[in-house]
Design a protein around this ligand. Structure first.
Ligand SMILES: C[S@@+](CC[C@H](N)C(=O)[O-])C[C@H]1O[C@@H](n2cnc3c(N)ncnc32)[C@H](O)[C@@H]1O
Length: 256
């Protein structure tokens, strides 16, 4: 068996019978299905949620092959956990990745199949958000500007959040979270237009991996967000921030 520390939060175990993600602080082991995606940026959001604590009824949109955030929230004592993904194969992998029988798994294009009468205390998501000129893998493709799924989460959350609820999302800073990097409004401005406040509650530097999808699309990202400047790490790889944002209602929903 080989062990690889993914972050301070999680360790990847590679064995002859398959790969597992182990999160000791939550006593959680998740099986990675054959050829499945190994969570990386999602681990930052999972670590943030485990520090923040989770209560009540929660929804994970775009749960991924391990159902990482859903299983973490179940361990963190959420009263009810629902998790969805647009990809049926992903939902099958996630359903069997851990041993929690109480999570409700759903195939859904963002909120499309979430029962209309449900209201959540917390909606979490690490949505696909890479700007790409042509359609790419569901895991990464965020539309030409990278924000397509994020914008659907912001507009749809109106309907599915309780008055005291929050939407907690992971966003790449180059998309223009609380600043504009192109002529388009920042995500914060858009959230405010939808009746929310948006706060960056945590952030982490991330180096762009040589050969990865972000590196491949760097020229496009720079063209779409021309005011954004990538920093560089010690090996001269571009660096950007992963930001965890929390949206809450500015006023009670009934006031709109
Ligand atoms: C970046 S991965 C995040 C996976 C996992 N939540 C994590 O944090 O590691 C994005 C996930 O969103 C799913 N997805 C993409 N478009 C979606 C949509 N329109 N509705 C629901 N899920 C979607 C993808 O299949 C993928 O599993």
């Amino acid at each position: 068996m080989r062990k690889e520390a993914m972050s301070e939060f999680a360790v990847l175990h590679k064995t002859d019978t398959g790969d597992y993600l182990r999160i000791d602080s939550l006593d959680l082991t998740l099986r990675i299905c054959k050829g499945g995606y190994i969570p990386r940026s999602g681990l930052y959001l999972a670590a943030h949620l485990s520090q923040r604590g989770v209560q009540g009824e929660v929804l994970d949109v775009g749960t991924g092959d391990t159902g990482l955030l859903a299983y973490c929230m179940a361990k963190l004592n959420a009263r009810r956990v629902m998790a969805c993904d647009i990809n049926p194969g992903t939902i099958e992998c996630a359903r069997t990745a851990g041993d929690n029988q109480a999570i409700d798994w759903l195939i859904s294009d963002v909120f499309a199949n979430i029962p209309k009468n449900y209201r959540f205390d917390l909606i979490v998501s690490n949505p696909p958000q890479l700007p790409m000129p042509i359609q790419g893998a569901l895991h990464d493709y965020g539309g030409p500007g990278g924000r397509a799924t994020i914008l659907r989460l912001i507009s749809g959350a109106r309907r599915f959040l309780k008055d005291s609820g929050s939407l907690v999302m992971l966003c790449f800073d180059f998309l223009g979270v609380d600043e504009r990097w192109s002529a388009t409004p920042s995500l914060e401005e858009i959230a405010v237009d939808h009746g929310f406040t948006l706060k960056v509650v945590a952030q982490h530097e991330k180096s762009v991996k040589p050969g990865g999808q972000t590196e491949k699309h760097l020229p496009w990202i720079k063209a779409v967000y021309p005011l954004y400047q990538f920093k560089e790490d010690k090996e001269n790889n571009p660096v950007h921030l992963i930001q965890i944002v929390e949206l809450k209602w500015q006023k009670k929903q009934g006031a709109f």
